[in-house]
Design a binder for this molecule. Structure first.
Ligand SMILES: C[S@@+](CC[C@H](N)C(=O)[O-])C[C@H]1O[C@@H](n2cnc3c(N)ncnc32)[C@H](O)[C@@H]1O
Length: 199
């Protein structure tokens, strides 16, 4: 845990400054597992398109997307659900240290969430850890291809039931969780970041 008495005045200036807010073992996962600042800002701009919008990060990790989005869009509400308790706690700590009031963190599995309460969703391929043997965050959860397919099917159904106009941003997604009623409206040049709107 960093000593927040020495908090840098603008820790939102670049990834290194922001990641510094976390313990070293969390910083080491940043390149592979946490959303880069520029991507978070672009995704948040699309999702927080009007005041009061409620946005959920499905698998929020240490809260990077939510905290960056909340800082840049103070009139929107950013929620994150994270299955790992230690990561959830780091998100809460950095929320307090950065004095962000419009980001909220829920500890649990995304299958416990009522999707109809949100106007938009951010998804940085949270389920992919089930398909690979490399770069796991830790060994506190069970990994399997069948869990990957279960989560994708579950999310697909929840998104299908969302209201018309619901927004979705995917980052590095294989799109197994995106139902065809979501129309692609924008994407980054490398096609890793995609913006969707439910018809
Ligand atoms: C690639 S990281 C992205 C973290 C964060 N969204 C960000 O962009 O900085 C994916 C996160 O999803 C979490 N996760 C995976 N499956 C989950 C589930 N079923 N429910 C809640 N969280 C989940 C993992 O623990 C991990 O922290």
């Amino acid at each position: 845990m960093q000593n927040f008495m020495f908090l840098k005045p603008n820790c939102f200036i670049n990834d290194a400054a922001f990641d510094w807010l976390y313990p070293e073992k969390v910083q080491q996962h940043s390149k592979r597992h946490w959303t880069p600042l520029g991507i978070a800002k672009t995704a948040a701009r699309f999702l927080a398109y009007a005041p009061g919008k409620k946005i959920l990060d499905i698998g929020s990790g240490v809260g990077k997307f939510c905290l960056v989005g909340a800082r840049h869009y103070p009139e929107a509400y950013f929620y994150g659900v994270e299955q790992r308790n230690d990561l959830h706690q780091y998100a809460q700590d950095v929320k307090a240290a950065t004095n962000i009031h419009n980001a909220f963190f829920i500890q649990g599995n995304f299958t416990q969430i009522n999707f109809s309460e949100y106007d938009g969703f951010y998804f940085y391929n949270a389920f992919f850890e089930n398909l690979t043997d490399q770069d796991h965050i830790d060994h506190t959860v069970e990994y399997s291809a069948s869990i990957y397919h279960y989560y994708c099917r579950y999310m697909f159904k929840q998104l299908e039931n969302c209201a018309s106009g619901t927004r979705l941003v995917t980052f590095h997604s294989l799109e197994d969780e995106v139902p065809p009623c979501f129309q692609l409206v924008d994407a980054s040049n490398d096609l890793m970041l995609k913006m969707w709107i439910r018809r």
